[in-house]
Design a protein around this ligand. Structure first.
Ligand code: SAH
Ligand code: SF4
Ligand code: F3S
Length: 459
């Protein structure tokens, strides 16, 4: 069988795609890059906003047409699959295999079945299942918990992914060991709310460390860089900032979604913190890690958000000076409390506010990127950049970075880089040695140089 998986949504979905692909490979499937040559196409879906749902609908429409022309099995997994909305879509577009986020291990059974196969149960074995490490990659994701115990009024995730279940520290460390053995050098710990690790449905689990202690344990494994996402401000503790500062492998990077700067809106979102409490966390982070890079998520145009509420979000942005933000227009999701109880704001109001927020975010990003010029950053290079002769990677603070290839820095690896130029989205630099001296640059590709060395030239 030739299989192809398309991934929408967040990093949790990317991890799940990897897990399901490794199951498929162990069942004898070939993973193919090209959707047209696949006889099994699986969409790993997202339901958090209307847009990713519309996207899945349109791709399923195309696949249904394909199915009329050739033998093709179409599957749907991920958050949308778990919802009644997703099941209706699946029926409409004649989806053959439907697998919820808790039933990923049923993929084998699904493929054996000759008829429509739907699996929507949350199975405990999933938490103990350790997928093989990604091969030939320096970066990996590691899910440390699934589900979410919060009830933000706009959010569908608790419905799609169920209540929070933390994975055991033994399973996490075993998976990490396998990743280390495969050459992984940067791991991102994943969960909807990593700060609540080890406290599921309000109860602390015996033998489970706090998230801060888990960071310390992972930091002692030998991995060189640790990142994590997402942190819910409600469960953030100063101990986490302290563990980050004391554990050299933990990167100075934190993604702490605020959603809104207005207490009135935060209450209607049921976020369980207010602006003041949020700013206390920012102060703790800055005190322990003065250079920490801060990302956030913001929803604009939540029902009932006034111009004054929105102004408070803009003010908060300036007060924190975020390095970057994921900014979303509120999307009313069927099945959420805010969909049921509140009236959506007019589209124009929401888009106009988003434009103003984006302008602010660009301004801060430009300043933050510019401030890195002249510093030395540790860059994880994934491989060749788009321009020949250059490599691309990212810093510990997640800034995309481009460097020319140099002797000793010709491909993937972790290098020290002196930053000499910045745009609002990219850092440019030069690889340096331990003494800060630039490595010798390799000759760069230019059309003239390429023509000179081409075989035609030699004729
Ligand atoms: N558990 C994470 C986020 C999960 S969803 C947390 O709370 O931090 C990722 C982001 O999508 C959220 O932070 C939020 O900003 C956004 N989001 C969730 N539901 C949304 C909706 N209905 N409309 C617009 N954005 C939404
Ligand atoms: Fe990820 Fe949430 Fe989308 Fe699910 S609904 S894929 S958890 S962003
Ligand atoms: Fe959603 Fe809030 Fe949980 S945004 S995933 S309900 S923390």
């Amino acid at each position: 069988m030739k299989a192809h998986v398309v991934t929408y949504g967040c990093q949790m979905n990317e991890y799940d795609t990897h897990l399901v692909q490794s199951q498929l490979v162990s069942l004898g499937a070939d993973m193919v890059e090209d959707i047209d040559s696949a006889d099994f196409v699986l969409l790993n879906t997202c339901a958090v906003r209307g847009k990713p749902v519309d996207k899945v609908r349109s791709v399923l429409g195309e696949l249904r047409k394909e199915k009329a022309k050739r033998p093709l099995v179409v599957g749907m997994m991920g958050c949308l699959a778990q919802l009644e909305e997703g099941q209706q879509i699946a029926r409409k577009f004649e989806v053959d295999v439907l697998i919820g986020p808790g039933s990923l291990l049923d993929i084998g059974k699904a493929l054996e079945s000759n008829e429509r196969f739907w699996a929507l149960n949350f199975r405990d074995e999933l938490h103990g299942h350790i997928p093989p490490a990604p091969q030939g990659k320096l970066q990996a994701h590691l899910t440390i918990m699934r589900g979410c115990d919060h009830h933000c009024t706009y959010c569908i995730v608790p419905t799609t992914r169920g209540p929070q279940v933390s994975r055991s520290p033994d399973d996490i460390l075993r998976e990490l060991d396998m990743q280390l053995a495969a050459g992984v050098r940067e791991v991102t710990l994943l969960g909807q709310n990593v700060n609540a690790y080890g406290v599921d449905q309000g109860a602390r689990l015996a033998g489970y460390p706090s998230f801060a202690d888990l960071l310390r344990m992972v930091g002692a494994s030998g991995i060189e860089r640790i990142k994590f996402t997402t942190s819910h401000p409600m469960n953030f503790t100063e101990d986490v900032a302290q563990a980050m500062a004391e554990t050299p492998a933990v990167c100075e990077f934190i993604h702490l979604p605020v959603q809104s700067g207005s207490d009135r809106v935060l209450r209607r979102m049921a976020r369980e913190y207010n602006r003041e409490k949020y700013l206390t966390h920012i102060e703790q982070i800055r005190r322990h890690m003065p250079d920490a890079v801060l990302y956030t998520d913001i929803i604009v145009g939540f029902p009932g958000e006034t111009e004054e509420d929105f102004q408070q979000t803009l003010d908060l942005y300036d007060e924190v000076g975020y390095d970057s933000a994921y900014m979303f227009i509120y999307s009313a999701r069927p099945g959420t409390p805010s969909y049921k109880h509140f009236t959506d704001l007019p589209r124009e109001v929401k888009t106009e506010r988003l434009q103003r927020l984006i302008a602010k975010q660009k301004d801060w990003s430009a300043r933050r990127f510019a401030a890195k010029v002249g510093t030395v950053q540790e860059v994880l290079v994934r491989g060749d950049a788009y321009s020949p002769g250059f490599l691309e990677g990212h810093t510990r603070g997640q800034h995309p970075t481009v460097v020319p290839k140099a002797v000793g820095a010709e491909g993937a690896g972790i290098y020290q880089v002196r930053i000499n130029h910045a745009t609002p989205h990219m850092l440019y630099g030069q690889v340096v040695d331990a003494q800060g001296r630039p490595l010798e640059e390799l000759p760069q590709w230019t059309p003239e140089a390429a023509a000179l060395s081409s075989p035609l030239q030699m004729l």
